[in-house]
Write a protein that binds this ligand. Sequence first.
Ligand SMILES: *Cc1c(COP(=O)(O)O)cnc(C)c1O
Length: 317
Amino acid sequence: MTIGEFAPPNRLMMTPGPSSIEPRVYRALAAPVVGHLDPFFKTCMNETQELMRQVFQTTNRITMPMSASGSGGIETAIVNTLEPGDEAIVCVNGYFSERMYEVASRTQAKITKVEAPLGRAVDPEDVRRAAAGKKIKIVGVAHGETSTGVVTNLDGFRKVADELGALLIVDAVASLAAVPLNVDRQRLDIVFSGSQKALSAPPGMSPITVSPRAEEVLSSRKTKVQSWYFDITTAMAYWGQGRLYHHTPPISLIYALREAMRIAMEEGLETRWERHRMNQQALIAGAEAMGLKMFVENPADRLVTVTPVMVPAGIDT
Ligand SMILES: *Cc1c(COP(=O)(O)O)cnc(C)c1O
């Protein structure tokens, strides 16, 4: 059997991710690969990190793309902060926040799950109640819960995490570059995303940023991070000043992510946030005019990148 020439269809992708990719990003993907220690690539790394700081709205030193999909970002944030015997809270209101709980429960830390009904955000008051009498090290929350189309207002969680002396860990896989997010102003400790969602780059990279306060927690660990590959401190030996080999990064994916972030910053974050908001308003207006109902009842809880619609009775799914 002869395998034919490769010709994937050019689909308009309207799922949360992978989303459709700009020709400029495809061109970056097809550019010549250089070595991971080539001076050209080191400059490209600096530029990629600078763009990433702009997209995250941060000056955090530790800001880099992990060589992994969004789930690798969850893994990185959790295994670097938790040590055996620590206590943590993970807020669960759907499939992806449940994944953060699942990752956390595989560490030797003691994890408390705080839940909300599907279609709603977790109430920070419930976190405060669940933390009573415990020494909580991290609070984990999904900014955008893709499975139910819910956005979480992070300010209440920051307040509770401050009271607990805990780090706030945020899954922004489905929200970064589409929903207002300002890592420094909102004082978020560890935030990670995925290249294939609102950034519209190919899947395979997980941008992550770590606050100086979280960096202190990492450097005062008593035990080694259980994952060698996702150890932030050793990964930063490559992405930091030293540029020491850690693992060979996916060079082409980094080219593509750099170009996708350049496009995002050319558009401007505010413009981009507003474009997503307006597109969702138009989509909802059209769907409601057809008599369809939204799954997320409270408009303030709606994640602009994902719009779940109730399937009317009598429709065979
Ligand atoms: C998609 C998604 C993930 C997982 O990302 P992968 O790239 O599929 O590993 C995690 N969290 C949220 C909120 C997501 O939308």
